[in-house]
Structures are given as C-alpha cells and as structure tokens.
Design a protein around this ligand. Structure first.
Ligand SMILES: [Zn+2]
Length: 260
C-alpha cells in the first residue's frame, strides 16, 4: 500500500500534525519517482507518417504532461491528506480504489449542459456534481486534473452537497513543455482555478497554495472575479506571472543555460 492512502473522514484527530508545504511537496516528488521507477517505462514510437502519438504515462511522468498534487484538508467530515495525479494509470499506483471521484465527476459536462436549467439535464448535473452545490467540471475530462480529483474525493467523503468550511492546503507539481524546455509550476490551471474559486467563494473553504519557497499563499477570493486573478496568483505561487516557477523543485537537475 502506498503512503498516499486516503485518510478522509471524520474530524481531524486531536493533535494530528498538519503537513507543511515541504512535506506535501515531498509526497509529490516521492510518488512521481516511485511511478517512474516501477511502472512500465514505455516510450511512444513515431507513427508511419512521422507524427508522434500521445505520450505514455511514463513519458509524461518523467518528462512533461503529468501533474502530481498533494493536499491536506480540514473540511469538516473530509479531513486528511492525499495525493492525486492527472493520469489514471499513475493514480492506480497511489490508490486501489477512489480514483479521484466518479467517472461522471472526472469527465465533466459541456458548457451548455452545465449552464442549463432544463429538467432533462438535472440528473446528469447531479451525478457529475462536486463541492457544496453540484459544481460541474468542464467537459472533456477537466474533472480528471489532479486538483479536481482531490476535491471530487473530498465531495464524496461527506453527504452530497455538504462540503463546506475548513481549509485545504495544496502543493502542486505541474510540468509542461515550454519553449525552452520543461516548465515547472505550482499553479492550478485556469479551469482548476475556477473550481478552487467556487470552493472558496460558494462553499466557504479557505484555499492555500504552496509557493516556490514552500510557504503557503492564501488564494484571495476577491481576485477570482477579476481579470488577471490567475496571473496574480501565479506571481505569488511561482514568483512570476508566466513561465512557471522561479526555480525548479528539489531533486530536479537545474536547467542548463547556454551562453552564446
Ligand atoms: Zn487543471
């Protein structure tokens, strides 16, 4: 059993230590290293026409395209620490069951159905709903991002529609392909930011995100509705508004800088 077993449920045990950002980051780094070391190291081959197929989970975890996120929650009835990834295979290395919510929650729904008030869409919205009030993630699998999976599981730990209050501290390790190599970011993507904003503003959950110095940063609820709110948070979390973290996470070889 992985160390990232979910501990959700009940109220926080008296004196239970709240993990620090460094400890949450260590979970992300250790679990990523564990997956890279133990999963099949499959590498995709170019297709007949020379184009590259979708990256394999191993390629994404060891290069770019895979997020690991760890969170500690003190939401009443859903307290505990857990780690999720943006991929189903790597999640099975962390959890036997509870792959980050139901398939309906992970898949999400398209905008038309999400915003529909028609009774024929009510059942689908209810099934895919998360947080305190049937918040539905955007379609195309946006609810399967690591941060959404964490909140799907928190949602399902309590009676539907009652996920309210408390605090969630998130440490995010997002790696994407930038023009100068892999970019490391501690930020949620803009869709996950909207979900976190909803959790904060509608469900009264305080959201804290670990910054590149491993200090928790408060996600300001009032920034959510403002243009540039996401960039402002990036400035705090990554140290700059675009381009990922100011530095790389520990254990990652620093980017080589070539001087012409
Ligand atoms: Zn996301």
């Amino acid at each position: 059993m992985s160390m990232s077993m979910i501990l959700y449920g009940g109220s926080p045990a008296l004196g239970e230590p709240v993990p620090t950002c460094s400890q949450l980051q260590k979970r992300n780094l250790d679990e990523r290293a564990h997956f890279i070391a133990t999963s099949p190291p499959r590498v995709s081959k170019p297709k007949a026409d020379g184009s590259m197929p979708k990256k394999t989970p191993w390629e994404m975890a060891s290069g770019s395209g895979m997020t690991y996120s760890s969170a500690h929650s003190t939401v009443p009835g859903a307290s505990g620490t857990s780690t999720y990834t943006s991929n189903k295979l790597s999640d099975t290395y962390l959890h036997q069951t509870g792959l980050g919510g139901t398939s309906e929650q992970r898949n999400g729904l398209n905008q038309e159905i999400r915003e529909s008030k028609k009774p024929e869409h009510a059942a689908a919205k209810q099934k895919a709903g998360a947080l305190c009030d049937e918040y539905v993630h955007p379609g195309g699998g946006k609810g399967a991002h690591a941060e959404c999976k964490i909140f799907n599981e928190l949602t399902n730990a309590v009676t539907k529609g009652t996920l309210r209050g408390g605090k969630v501290l998130l440490s995010i390790d997002w790696r994407s392909q930038g023009k100068d190599g892999i970019e490391y970011s501690g930020m949620p993507c803009s869709d996950c930011y909207k979900m976190l904003c909803h959790a904060a503003n509608e469900c009264g959950i305080d959201i804290h995100i670990c910054d590149y110095k491993n200090e928790p940063v408060v996600m300001r609820k009032t920034d959510c509705d403002k243009a540039g709110g996401h960039r402002r948070l990036a400035k705090l979390v990554d140290g700059r508004p675009t381009g990922g973290r100011m530095d790389v996470p520990p254990g990652v070889p620093p980017r080589r800088i070539f001087i012409a």
